[in-house]
Design a protein around this ligand. Structure first.
Ligand code: ADP
Length: 164
């Protein structure tokens, strides 16, 4: 049984992420979507909120599980018998960053193979940051994030505007 992990920030999960999840879930026996705690980023959503949104949007995928981890990705992989890392690539910048990360992970843990899935053309410009940036200006987010995430984003946008 081949288990793959799709690690990321998912702050919040977008239709681009969901497309990668859908495609990767067809290629592996099991896919774990793992929210990684990344202290260098300033997320809008807590780890729990991000996990809840991921669980809601992946509930119909039988072989997809959602988890989170505060530590080295390859340690989580070793602990859970996972050898494949799935990542998405939208453009040359993603490719370069993913290339460095894949080599770094492999140098720490030789069993860790990274598989890159190229973004669907509809989502090559789409990122969680884009959604947060344009959401502030009232842009309709339906074509960028799953329907279950819309009310969570609206609430977060209200919280943020109330705090300033
Ligand atoms: P990270 O902080 O780890 O980059 P993200 O949540 O931004 O976390 O992205 C997780 C993974 O999903 C990365 O491999 C990223 O390149 C990929 N990704 C993000 N947005 C898209 C998209 N629109 N289409 C395809 N892949 C994407």
């Amino acid at each position: 049984m081949t288990i793959a992990i799709y690690p990321g920030s998912f702050d919040p999960v977008t239709l681009g992420h969901l497309d990668i999840i859908r495609r990767a879930s067809k290629r592996f026996d099991k896919l774990i979507v793992c929210v990684m705690v990344n202290s260098s980023k300033h997320p809008w959503f807590t780890i729990e909120e991000r996990k809840e949104m991921l669980a809601a949007v992946t509930k119909d995928f039988q072989n997809v599980e959602v988890d989170s981890f505060d530590g080295l990705l390859v340690d989580y992989m070793a602990q859970n018998d996972i050898s494949v890392i799935v990542r998405g690539a939208r453009n040359i910048e993603d490719f370069e960053a993913e290339n460095v990360m894949a080599r770094a992970n492999k140098s720490i843990a030789g069993f860790a193979e990274t598989i890159l899935l190229f973004s669907d053309p509809r989502y090559t410009f789409l990122s969680s940051s884009f959604v947060k940036n344009v959401g502030k200006y009232g842009v309709d987010l339906q074509q960028y994030i799953p329907p279950q995430v819309i009310p969570k984003m609206q609430q977060k946008l209200r919280d943020i505007s109330a705090a300033v």
